[in-house]
Design a protein around this ligand. Structure first.
Ligand SMILES: NC(=O)C1=CN([C@@H]2O[C@H](COP(=O)(O)OP(=O)(O)OC[C@H]3O[C@@H](n4cnc5c(N)ncnc54)[C@H](OP(=O)(O)O)[C@@H]3O)[C@@H](O)[C@H]2O)C=CC1
Ligand SMILES: O=C(O)C1=N[C@H](C(=O)O)C[C@H](O)C1
Length: 247
């Protein structure tokens, strides 16, 4: 069965990439490409909307799509736990609604975040350094926020990480107590290091996105799962068999 997909944010880097791979997939049909000058009503008739816009725009896209009975894949950053909880509450009475929130479509990044969640119980000193291209408007990255939140969940019984002098600006922004340091630099696509300090040792879980093509397989996986999704599903790991340690 062919899944009809509307891309919102279609004129952007991610939207153009997604449009190309949807066009090339036999089981997906690109039925709308919407940019800031378009109308969300252009998505009517689609089975799934892919949102790759801006953090401030994304909630409105999701709300509109769900109001029209269209399931959504959200690639846009900015979906913190707080925002996700609000969304979950808003669709509680709509059993047919499905939203996949995917902070990172790259397989390597998803694995790195799962490895970080696994390691989180074994180290009390944990910090994240993420680097992105100059065009990225938000910080910290959605991936870093999600990673820190999962570290927080994994450490629920252990409490906050050790983060001395966290009130000083150069010590980063804390999410679930984990300091996140954001770099925005020429020459970078996306990179994240999660650094674990222990007794006489340091573990670094490092992931580099070298080109946006890293997102292709994850976008296809999410779009193919979205039509039948129900409720709010967060993370590409939920669509993979990663074992019990991944939240
Ligand atoms: N989950 C993942 O793996 C990844 C997520 N991202 C995230 O995806 C998002 C998009 O990234 P990227 O493609 O690089 O960003 P771009 O700035 O290249 O594109 C943003 C897009 O949003 C559109 N847009 C802005 N305002 C509106 C609006 N009101 N209604 C509809 N469309 C609108 C823009 O349209 P116009 O051109 O008309 O202004 C443009 O098409 C970011 O949040 C980024 O962090 C990025 C890479 C990977
Ligand atoms: O803006 C980007 O480029 C990216 N944004 C996402 C994020 O905020 O984590 C995913 C990836 O890091 C690329």
């Amino acid at each position: 069965m062919t899944t009809k997909v509307a891309v919102v944010g279609a004129t952007g880097t991610m939207g153009r990439l997604a449009s190309q791979i949807i066009d090339a997939a036999d089981d997906l049909e690109l039925v709308a490409q919407i940019g800031s000058k378009g109308e969300l009503s252009q998505m009517l008739g689609a089975d799934v909307a892919l949102d790759v816009t801006l953090p401030a725009v994304s909630p409105g896209v999701v709300e509109y799509a769900l109001s029209q009975g269209i399931n959504v894949v959200v690639g846009t950053s900015g979906w913190s736990n707080q925002r996700i909880t609000t969304l979950e509450r808003s669709i509680r009475d709509n059993p047919d609604a499905g939203v996949l929130i995917i902070p990172n479509f790259s397989m390597g990044s998803v694995l790195a975040t799962s490895f970080a969640a696994l390691a989180a119980r074994f180290f009390d000193s944990i910090e994240i350094i993420e680097a992105h291209h100059l065009g990225k408007s938000d910080s910290p990255s959605g991936t870093a926020v999600r990673t820190a939140e999962l570290i927080g969940v994994a450490r629920a019984e252990l409490g906050p990480v050790i983060a001395p002098h966290a009130d000083q600006r150069a010590r980063g922004q804390q999410v679930s107590s984990v300091p996140i340091h954001s770099l925005r630099m020429q020459g970078v696509v996306a990179k994240q290091d999660v650094i674990f300090g222990g007794t006489g040792e340091v573990l670094t879980i490092s992931h580099d996105t070298l080109a946006p093509s890293a997102y292709e397989s994850g976008i296809l996986l999410a779009l193919r799962a979205a039509r039948d999704a129900r409720g709010v599903v967060v993370g590409l790991d939920k669509l993979l068999d990663l074992g019990s340690h991944a939240e």
